[in-house]
Design a protein around this ligand. Structure first.
Ligand code: ADP
Ligand code: MG
Length: 695
């Protein structure tokens, strides 16, 4: 039967409604889906072993003649066992299949058979293979597919066993025409040194004799690479199309950067910029001076000084008569930004305001009027700023702090309001380059890698809870020196009453029994907003010496005098989260420390995370390790976060193929803007990757 990639699996012989539903569940609807999904591994069943030389324990492939066979009932009632004795030139072996009575119709005396399975030694008689894979030779209508070769192993899909799938994939490959269309142009195939599609699917599923099994299981044969590359290419072509259509858009007003603007920026500058800050600022300002709206992601480890860079960009916008919105993920952080902005910018020169959901009444109305009239030049708030009914007169720059997914989604909201501002997204969650290429492939990326001068590295230790006293002693020492401390307490759920009670009890105990001589406060997610603000302000002002907190302090809080952090139950946190938390200290001139208290035993994964925290200071290296330990799905969630659904490729395993795909995508669009890749990306991008459209 002749098939194409578009043929529905349901129309294939051997796929009824039940099996079809199982496949559908696994995301497999068409022949193309089936072929794009790789085996989970490959087994070399190509070398036949002499039966007499078999060793128990190891899997082996043997070939021989069935000398006797039949069904037997075991003593356990109703349990049927089919047994065959197979002989080759060297000896005999027993093969048994449990509860598969239909085998009587499959294996008959005198048949030539190939068996693959783990060899077991029995008390008496010959060695045994239990439930081996088998292949009857001499069936001319079918190539050997289950044994006697390198065999693909598929993950069981619903009720469809590996064997059923192997047969199905094999049948489908037989039905593909030799001249099946190829999405990749031949120049690209040559440059990438990969085979055509027809060859690639055939060899990725049924590797020819002599293929390295090691290479296959690393998914690095040319055939496999070709299929991964194709998937990544389609994805990257889609992103490149987005980038190109964005680059063709025009801002109503393009900022000018002349000496006057530069002088204004210099006037607000409180420090000498680090080299990384300077480079990032240059990239940002260059973008702003272009006609197309900026879409840039600014990555930098916690404390790298992203805020200052953003404020300098804001000065450029304001000096050009444009308004700026600076958005933070929480109100506490918005307030902190508000303070920073006032400290650095509000020397009377710029009109700055803060707008939060909570603020009501006359003040709020005044700010809204100011934004609508253009009098307010910079507004700080949460992302409610652009979502609500806030009107701007000349919104020219939107800075989004710590909200990775903002870019793609809210841009549409902004545009719908008739604005096309420059967009700068900042994140302190270092994202490994490959993931950045994927998640933010339609954004340009600036990275600040170094921290401002004068910081000493945070000394991190992991201690079992039994040594908690040492952690407390460190807190006491630092506070006695005039420094401040965080004690972080994890909650399973920030909103749960039971959990919050545990945190409250912990804080009470610390205040009464451990640190009675110190000023201590508790911060958690269920506190009223004013209460939270009061606590945070008191801590920032130094009135509170020890802040016991849940993870609500996670991002962005900047209290340079805090030099020690103790994290309870550190084994429960993810690596990236631990690193983010730790970044709350080490922000000033004094040396800082972080103690990770863990409950013994921390577990294998927990221990790996703790070790990484102790050994690694660089957030980017931590992020890579996190990705390896957890996989991209867990690190970023799946659909909501903008992770593409992939069939052939794997974002961790195939990082460097993604890099190549990005380069090839641009090349392909330059050479063949109307080529099959571009057409297919436009047609199927949304469907294939489960993401918003390319536009
Ligand atoms: P993040 O990148 O995590 O948002 P911040 O912008 O909060 O970092 O900056 C961290 C701290 O470093 C702040 O206290 C800020 O004032 C300070 N800082 C920023 N840039 C510099 C610099 N070039 N030199 C010295 N200190 C700086
Ligand atoms: Mg910040």
């Amino acid at each position: 039967m002749s098939v194409t990639v578009a043929t529905p699996l349901l129309s294939l012989k051997g796929v009824g409604p039940k099996r079809g539903a199982d496949f559908e569940q696994a995301g497999l609807r068409t022949v193309g889906d089936l072929l794009a999904r790789f085996p989970i591994r490959y087994e070399d069943r190509s070398r036949f072993r002499e039966i007499a030389c078999l060793l128990p324990g190891a899997p082996a492939t043997v070939a021989g003649t069935v000398v006797s066979c039949g069904l037997r009932l075991t003593r356990r009632s109703g349990f049927k066992l089919f047994e065959a004795v197979v002989r080759d030139a060297s000896g005999t072996i027993r093969a048994v299949w449990l509860n598969q009575p239909f085998m009587t119709n499959v294996v008959t005396r005198g048949a030539e058979i190939v068996l693959y399975g783990a060899v077991e030694r029995r008390d008496t008689g010959p060695m045994q293979l239990t439930n081996p894979q088998y292949e009857l030779s001499g069936r001319r209508d079918q190539d050997a597919i289950h044994t006697g070769r390198i065999v693909p192993v598929y993950e069981k899909t619903g009720r469809a066993t590996c064997r059923v799938q192997r047969t199905l994939v094999h049948d489908v490959l037989q039905g593909l025409p030799a001249d099946a269309p190829d999405l990749l142009p031949s120049w690209l195939r040559e440059e990438a040194e990969v085979p055509d599609w027809r060859t690639a699917v055939a060899e990725a599923h049924f590797p020819p004799d002599g293929t390295s099994v090691e290479l296959l299981n690393a998914f690095r044969t040319p055939a496999q690479v070709r299929l991964i590359l194709e998937e990544f290419l389609l994805f990257q072509v889609g992103l490149a199309l987005r980038r190109r259509s964005a680059a063709a858009e025009c801002k109503p007003l393009v900022p000018v950067v002349d000496d006057r603007v530069r002088a204004a920026a210099r006037a607000v500058l409180p420090f000498r910029l680090t080299a990384g800050q300077r480079q990032a600022l240059k990239e940002i300002v260059d973008d702003m001076a272009r006609p197309a709206p900026m879409q840039r992601l600014l990555q930098g480890d916690v404390g790298a000084g992203k805020t200052l860079v953003a404020l300098l960009a804001a000065v450029v916008a304001m000096e050009n008569g444009l308004q700026v919105a600076l958005m933070a993920p929480t109100e506490i952080l918005a307030e902190q930004h508000d303070l920073t902005v006032r400290r650095w910018l509000a020397g009377g020169r710029y009109q700055v305001a803060m707008l939060t959901g909570a603020g009501a009444g006359a003040h709020r109305r005044r700010v809204l009027d100011g934004l609508a009239s253009g009098r307010v030049q910079l507004v700080v708030g949460t992302d409610a700023l652009v979502q609500e009914a806030v009107a701007f007169a000349r919104l020219g720059l939107v800075v989004v702090d710590e909200q990775h997914r903002f870019g793609v989604m809210q841009r549409a909201v902004l545009k719908a309001k008739g604005w096309n501002p420059d967009l700068l997204i900042m994140t302190a969650t270092p994202i490994p380059r490959t993931l950045a290429l994927t998640l933010y492939g339609d954004l340009d990326v600036s990275v600040i890698r170094e921290l401002p001068p004068g910081r000493t590295p945070i000394r991190t230790r992991a201690l079992p809870q039994a040594r908690r006293d040492e952690a407390y002693a460190l807190v006491r020492r630092e506070v006695d020196e005039g420094r401040q401390a965080y004690i972080v307490y994890p909650l399973v759920e920030e909103s749960s009453k039971v959990d919050v009670r545990a945190a409250v009890e912990m804080a009470d105990h610390l205040a009464a029994d451990v640190f009675p001589a110190y000023r201590l406060a508790l911060l958690h997610g269920r506190l009223r907003r004013e209460e939270k603000d009061r606590v945070m302000r008191a801590f920032a002002a130094g009135d509170v010496q020890i802040l016991v907190s849940t993870t609500v302090i996670e991002v962005g809080i900047d209290v340079p005098n805090a030099t020690v952090m103790v994290i309870e139950h550190a084994e429960r946190f993810g690596l990236a989260q631990l690193h983010q938390l730790r970044g709350r200290v080490g922000r000033g001139a004094h040396p800082s420390g972080c103690v990770l208290l863990y409950q013994e035993p921390p577990g294998e994964a927990g221990e790996a995370r703790l070790r990484a925290m102790v050994e690694i200071a660089d957030g980017f290296v931590i992020a890579e390790r996190d990705l390896e330990l957890r996989g991209p799905g867990d690190v970023f969630g799946t659909r909501q976060s903008g992770m593409p659904t992939l069939r052939s490729g794997d974002l961790v395993r195939d990082r460097e193929i993604m890099e190549r795909a990005r380069r090839f995508a641009d090349l392909a669009l330059d050479r063949e803007p109307g080529g099959s890749l571009a057409t297919e990306a436009r047609r199927s991008w949304t469907d294939r990757f489960g993401l918003a459209s390319v536009g």
